[in-house]
Write a protein that binds this ligand. Structure first.
Ligand SMILES: [Zn+2]
Ligand SMILES: [Zn+2]
Length: 354
C-alpha cells in the first residue's frame, strides 16, 4: 500500500510502497476513503509538540483525519465488521483506564495519537490500523457519507465539543472565534447551528469570507482595526458570551479572553507552537474581576458522536462545507508547505491514494 512517510522534519513526506496491515486480535484495518490535512499535521511535520509527547518519530506515517471502510477485523472485535463505514478519532482510547471507564475516552490515560505517536501509524496511506476497534472505530449511521466525515474525527468533533459541551453555546448568544482555519471554521458552522450570533476574527480575507458563508453574522479583520478587542465589545455591546481561540498563539489567546463580557466563557482549542512551548500569558485580573471561565477542550468521547451524526443527518450540520479542495496523496506536501505561511483556506482533503 502507498503511504506518506516523515523522513525528515520540514522536508517533503516520502511517498512509498509499504506492507499492508494484518489486524491484531482487537484491531480493525480500515481502507482510508478520505483524510483531511490539518494544522496538527503541520505541527508534527515541523517537529513541534515534543513538550507533550506528540512529536512524531522519523519514519512515521502522518495523517490523523481519516474516514474509512473496514476491510479486516481481529478475532475479538465485536462492534464493526468488514464493509462498515467508520469515523476514526485522532486520539485512540484504551477502554479500561479511569477516564475511559468514566466516559472520557477523549482524555484516556493511555491514549495513542494517530499519526503522531509510535504504535499509531497515520492515515496519509491507503490503509490505517485501528487499535481497540470496539471503542475507536465509530460506525457511521445510514445517511451519513464517509467522504463527508473525514476530518470529523479531529477538527469537527473538537470544535463541536468546544462549542456545545464546553462553551455550552445557546441560542442568541454572542460567540467570537479567533483564527478561521479548519477548527475555527468548523466552530463557526457549529455555533451558528446552535443558534448563536457568530463573529469570526482573522487577518485573511478568504478565510473571513468562508466564515460568512458558513454562518458568521460578521467578521473582523484583526489587522485593519485599531484593536479587535474594542471592535468585539462594540459589535456585541459589552463583550461576547463565549470566546474561542482556535490558534494558540499569545495574541489570539489574550484577545479572545479580553473579548468576553462579564461571566463569559473562554474555550481554548488551539495548541501552542515552538515560540510558546505550552505557555501563553492570560489577563488574570480581568478573569477574576469579570468571573471569566477558562476551559480547555480536547477531542470528543466516541459515545457522543451520535449527537453530531444526528445534526448531520437532518442537515443542520454539513462537515463537507468546510472542505475546500480534494487532492491526491502527493499533493499533501504542497498543503503542508502552504500552512507555514497560513495560506491554506478551509480543509484540503486527500481522496485519491492510488
Ligand atoms: Zn486535525
Ligand atoms: Zn483509557
Amino acid at each position: 500500500m502507498r503511504a506518506a512517510i516523515l523522513e525528515e522534519y520540514e522536508e517533503p513526506l516520502s511517498i512509498e510502497e509499504v506492507e499492508p496491515y494484518d489486524p491484531g486480535p482487537d484491531e480493525a484495518i480500515a481502507r482510508v476513503d478520505a483524510c483531511g490535512v490539518c494544522r496538527s499535521d503541520w505541527h508534527g511535520w515541523v517537529g513541534n509538540w515534543e513538550w507533550f509527547d506528540y512529536k512524531p518519530p522519523r519514519g512515521h506515517i502522518l495523517g490523523h483525519e481519516p474516514a474509512g471502510t473496514i476491510v479486516a477485523v481481529g478475532e475479538d472485535v465485536e462492534t464493526v465488521r468488514e464493509g462498515d463505514q467508520v469515523a476514526i478519532p485522532f486520539n485512540f482510547a484504551c477502554g479500561h483506564c479511569h477516564e475511559c471507564r468514566n466516559g472520557y475516552e477523549n482524555l484516556c490515560e493511555n491514549h495513542l495519537g494517530l499519526g503522531f505517536q509510535e504504535g499509531a501509524p497515520g492515515a496519509f496511506a491507503e490503509q490505517v490500523p485501528i487499535p481497540n476497534a470496539d471503542i475507536n472505530a465509530v460506525k457511521l449511521p445510514d445517511g451519513v457519507d464517509s467522504e463527508d466525515v473525514a476530518g470529523l474525527g479531529c477538527r469537527f468533533m473538537t470544535a463541536y465539543r468546544g462549542m456545545a459541551h464546553k462553551g455550552q453555546v445557546g441560542r442568541g448568544e454572542d460567540v467570537v472565534i479567533y483564527g478561521l482555519g479548519g477548527i475555527g471554521l468548523s466552530a463557526v458552522h457549529i455555533a451558528d447551528a446552535l443558534g448563536a450570533n457568530v463573529i469570526g476574527v482573522d487577518i485573511m480575507e478568504e478565510k473571513r469570507e468562508m466564515a460568512e458563508d458558513l454562518g458568521a453574522a460578521t467578521t473582523v479583520d484583526a489587522e485593519a482595526v485599531d484593536d479587535p478587542v474594542d471592535e468585539i465589545h462594540d459589535v456585541t455591546d459589552g463583550g461576547a458570551d463565549v470566546s474561542l481561540d482556535a490558534l494558540g498563539i499569545e495574541e489570539t489567546c489574550r484577545n479572545a479572553v479580553e473579548s468576553l463580557g462579564t461571566r463569559g466563557t473562554h474555550v481554548q482549542i488551539g495548541l501552542t507552537t515552538k515560540e510558546q512551548e505550552g505557555y501563553n500569558p492570560l489577563p488574570t485580573d480581568a478573569i477574576v474581576m469579570n468571573e471569566i471561565e477558562v476551559k480547555g477542550s480536547s477531542g470528543l468521547p466516541p459515545a457522543k458522536y451520535g449527537e453530531l451524526f444526528d445534526m448531520v443527518r437532518i442537515g443542520k450540520l454539513d462537515p463537507a462545507a468546510v472542505v475546500s479542495k480534494k487532492i491526491d496523496l502527493e499533493q499533501v506536501n504542497d498543503e503542508l508547505q502552504a500552512m507555514t505561511d497560513y495560506q491554506t483556506i478551509g480543509l484540503p482533503m486527500i481522496t485519491d491514494f492510488s
